[in-house]
Design a protein around this ligand. Structure first.
Ligand code: TXA
Ligand code: MG
Length: 322
């Protein structure tokens, strides 16, 4: 295919125009969002979406998020009920994804929804993502811009490390501010479910909805079997979690002020927002320090606010590999 070299494009009007032109030709462009870098392709094109799966080495059955410039554009793709409208007006643009009934005539490739009658929609807040969506003028399918199962990218260099030579371009928006993926709420099955903890704390969503979010069930909203801890976000090294006293030879990643001696610290101040923003970068750093067949130990992170998303990602990073 033609993307032998991956272009690093500046986030200028020219760079964004070039990225939009590549997308209109069916190309793949990684772009910054406030959460992580997404690997964008035209969500209406079977070919472009198939190329996303191919570039990532991603299993076909795992559906993708459609990125849209605003709630009006999202309503053209998905059916919004009152709860969806309330969440969208409170948290969009921002790190929230809604899984809703697919709208008749939405025009989204069935590869995006993996053949389900639901679709995941998100309006990103990052100004470069917004500018790209405006210049492109259509929905962008965008999973995180990493090879399937590996650590998500929060900097353009991370994208090039994993996908360089496999995609057309990366739009350079610097480091991502939130650092963990969007929170996914499923509303298609009647009950509101937390399908993935992420950049917006579940507590904030529950306050907006006036009720608690149910856990995912085994239905079509959840491609994975319940309780199955899928290996994901996997570094090369082995990971141990909740470690207050690391073993000799382990690279210790601390959280908070009581981790003197840690090689790296997610947040010296014990701030989960800062920890989320640094998580994937430090996972890569720790992997580099640990070396081949190395071991990494993470200090405990409280299961509150963004801590829930951080712990979810760490548990998957530590899960047994297939
Ligand atoms: O922050 C984010 O959400 C980033 C940025 C790029 O927007 N994207 C991202 O995409 O994390 P990805 O593909 O790595 O994760 C999307 C998740 C997958 O776990 C997928 O199973 C779920 O969304 N998903 C997508 N469509 C779905 C659907 N119709 N029903 C249930 N889950 C769905
Ligand atoms: Mg991902």
């Amino acid at each position: 295919m033609r993307q032998a070299a991956t272009a690093l494009l500046p986030a200028t009007p020219e760079g964004i125009g070039r990225a939009a032109a590549l997308l209109r030709e069916g190309g793949l462009v990684a772009f910054p969002t406030e959460t992580v870098y997404g690997l964008g392709g035209d969500a209406r094109s079977d070919m472009a979406v198939a190329r996303i799966f191919e570039a990532k080495g991603r299993p076909r059955f795992n559906p993708l998020i459609a990125h849209l410039p605003d709630v009006a554009a999202a309503r053209a793709v998905a059916d919004f009920d009152n709860r969806a409208e309330r969440l969208a007006s409170a948290f969009w643009p921002g790190p929230l994804t809604l899984v809703l009934p697919l709208r008749a005539g939405a025009g989204v490739s069935p590869l995006v929804t993996a053949g389900h009658d639901t679709v995941a929609v998100r309006v990103p807040a990052h100004p470069v993502a917004q500018a790209l969506l405006a210049a492109f003028g259509g929905p962008l399918a965008a999973p995180s811009a990493n090879p399937s199962g590996r650590v998500s990218p929060t900097r353009p260099g991370h994208v090039l490390d994993g996908l360089g030579g496999r995609i057309d371009a990366v739009l350079d928006g610097g480091a991502c501010a939130v650092g963990v993926e969007s929170t996914i709420v499923g509303l298609a099955g009647g009950v509101a479910r937390l399908l993935r903890p992420g950049g917006i704390p579940a507590e904030a969503l529950e306050a907006c909805l006036g009720g608690s979010l149910a856990p995912p069930d085994a239905g079509p909203e959840r491609p994975n079997a319940p309780g199955q801890l899928e290996s994901h976000y996997a570094p090369e090294a082995r990971l141990r979690l909740g470690v207050t006293a690391p073993a000799p030879g382990e690279v210790w990643v601390g959280f908070g002020p009581r981790c003197a001696g840690a090689a790296l610290n997610l947040s010296e101040a014990g701030d989960p927002v800062e920890a989320a923003a640094r998580l994937f970068h430090l996972l890569r750093e720790a992997d580099r320090l640990a070396g081949p067949a190395g071991r990494i130990a993470f200090a405990p992170v409280p299961e509150r606010g963004l801590g829930r998303a951080i712990n979810d990602r760490l548990r998957r990073a530590a899960a047994p590999r297939p």
